[in-house]
Design a protein around this ligand. Structure first.
Ligand code: URA
Length: 267
């Protein structure tokens, strides 16, 4: 074509021919015409030919298997811890949980580990994430007032009057969203070991998330105030103080639950 100085009767110089060729290439023409005709109907039957071997697929790891592996790893780390300090170190080092990447501080516990009462909350919020201690924001201030009303405090040195506090999750979920079931499952081995090492006399589950973790049940407004057993210990589910801040009328039930706790400790 380029060798022919005319194209359909038009004179074609080399520059114009090159520009036309480039234009065709840009339009997607990727095969030049052959010098001799080719009968494509006479080509060997491609449909009957043995298919080209497919490249080997990479091994598939199912997300559910990965999650199981992470829970198993968490179990190994947690069960190896023989003290609270070792447990905190093991839990902080565990990289399986994505929340760790977005959180500012590891939030393990507060209060007195010899306390008779261990409170389990949901997860750190903004203030807790900033300070690395559970229940130090508005909900935490209400929690202190509530338990103070029955003579219990996280500052108390005396085990009889002391509180020990932790959360199901030790890293803040972004925007304080609810913990996901996979996150709860991954932290459960650490929580289980935490309770074993503290050995409190009773547990208080604050809100739905610890009820999901410890009882595999939710519906805190039905569960609250009814003594049950979790981790082999007498356990009282209660409405979360954040809920009480939004729903002041629910404080009456919370007061009844606190009196029930005080009576249990008296007994
Ligand atoms: N809510 C919780 O459940 N835990 C905290 O530490 C703070 C708020």
């Amino acid at each position: 074509m380029i060798a022919d100085p005319t194209y359909r009767g038009f004179a074609l110089d080399a520059d114009t021919a090159l520009a036309l060729l480039q234009w065709q290439a840009e339009m997607g023409a990727d095969e030049p015409c052959l010098d001799t005709p080719l009968d494509r109907y006479d080509l060997p039957d491609r449909a009957g030919a043995a298919p080209a071997p497919e490249p080997a697929a990479p091994p598939v790891t199912k997300p559910r298997d990965e999650a199981k592996d992470l829970v198993a790893h968490a179990e190994t780390l947690a069960s190896a811890a023989t003290t609270l300090a070792e447990l905190a170190t093991a839990q902080e080092s565990f990289d399986g949980i994505e929340l760790k990447k977005g959180a500012r501080n590891f939030c393990f516990c507060d209060g007195n580990p010899t306390a008779r009462v261990m409170i389990i909350g949901e997860a750190p919020g903004e203030e807790e994430d900033r300070l690395g201690r559970p229940f130090v924001g508005r909900a935490g201030q209400l929690l202190d007032l509530m338990f103070g009303a029955i003579g219990l405090s996280r500052e108390a040195v005396d085990a009889e009057r002391a509180l020990y506090i932790t959360n199901v999750l030790t890293w803040r979920p972004p925007g304080n969203r609810r913990p996901e079931p996979a996150e709860i499952a991954m932290m459960l081995p650490f929580l289980t070991r935490h309770v074993e090492l503290v050995q409190p006399q009773v547990l208080v589950l604050m809100g739905n998330t610890p009820c999901i973790a410890a009882l595999n049940q939710q519906g805190i407004l039905k569960l609250r105030g009814k003594w049950t057993t979790a981790f082999g210990l007498p356990t009282l589910p209660m409405a979360h103080p954040a809920y009480l801040l939004r729903t002041p009328l629910a404080k009456r039930d919370a007061w009844a639950d606190l009196l029930s706790l005080a009576a249990k400790l008296e007994g």
